[in-house]
Design a protein around this ligand. Sequence first.
Ligand code: BGP
Length: 472
Amino acid sequence: MPKDFMWGGAVAAHQVEGAWQAGGKGVSIADVMRAGAKGVARVVDDAPIDGKIYPNHWGIDFYHTYKEDIKLFAEMGFKCFRTSIAWTRIFPNGDEALPNEEGLKYYDDLFATCKQYGIEPIVTLSHFELPLHLVKEYGGFRSRKVVDAFVKFSQVCFERYHDIVKYWMTFNEINNQAMWSDPHPMLQNSGLLLADDENAEETMFQAAHLEFVASAKAVQLAHIIDPTLKVGSMIAMTPIYPLSAKPKDVMMAERAMRYRYYFGDVQALGEYPAWVDKYWARKGYHVDITDADRAALKAGAVDYVGFSYYNSLTVEYKEDNPLYDYNEATSVVPNPYVPRSDWGWQIDPVGLRYGMNWMASRWHKPLFIVENGYGAYDKVEDGKVHDDYRIDYLRDHVAEMEKAVVEDGIELWGYTPWSGIDIISASTGEMKKRYGLIYVDQDDEGKGSGKRIKKDSFNWYKQVIASNGEDL
Ligand code: BGP
């Protein structure tokens, strides 16, 4: 790979830090989302009540262990480390006049520790961690007040950390909201608690629009504060294939891709694709978009596209959907040609190369793989974790990633697998769905020694980095 290629690993504040009320931190939506069963949408409780399971309250106690954990990342040879800044450490309620100095100080120390080992921090501003107050008081990204709150949060972060943090992303997996019929991503991405009589899809389009505006304003601010900053979008790239060569299956896949990735179009190209207005008109949707919004989107197009890749999906045309309307809940069918993880995620390394080419040719921006990983039931045997299945998954995906760069000519800045260390699952709140190259002795209820154990994949990845991707 290119000599300055940034190999690293990724986490998110709410899935590792714990210390959910330390240092003046406020309550975020992540702190009051009860752990659901596998993939079951979680709901927001009015206030955290003792006795319920809130895995984000403890994370893996990274708030206190980060110095030791980053030392282990450095031992693997990390060039970069992706995490998020917990919005509620900086603005506990989200709408205060002044930031919380104790929260700012924590991230000063975290980023300084990274730099001490020559590790570049890659920072996500909003990673499913909206202040609960912004949800309850303003209805999340229904309100332009939350746009203002996000822009202010971004400005404080850019001004405080611009000397040490050069790579930023605005909204994590903003396009998860394409699954508008699932309350989980609507809450995580936009802080939406939908009323029963609300049209979820129309509300999603409005909230997503205000996030696009917030993101664009943050990009512009970053460039004013420090022209060396790079601000990216963050897209969940899940290529969608037609089940067959039937023209209508192919058309259904085209409609699914354009729907799931219009979020990337707006953030990378600075404007909506033409089909959106036609779609809204046909559906009778009204989305409030001002001329100032459109100007901001154009001026605030992102510098690069960060994205996650785990799996691909497959769709089939259905006679009861003649206009090819896409809804993940009803359009997706199993792909008979690929295996699945224990959580049913389709394993498709070629899909990574396919998705990279699709994005590069559509958006003409540098790419950054900021999540790719394999959640599995790991077990400790004689103090070791033999995770060959994770090595195989990562090796196959890195091999396809390298073809996209070396053979297809795609500009890729880095690769930060999910995750450098075992972490709380965002969709299920489970610890047992382990992603890490480092094992953490802790169960779903947060009990355990917290001991860190290097898995076999730790040493494999160390060699990959040392050989700059030659030795897989
Ligand atoms: C992505 C999120 C990450 C992480 C990852 C793994 O959606 O950006 O925060 O959670 O998925 O998924 P999960 O944790 O649900 O297994």
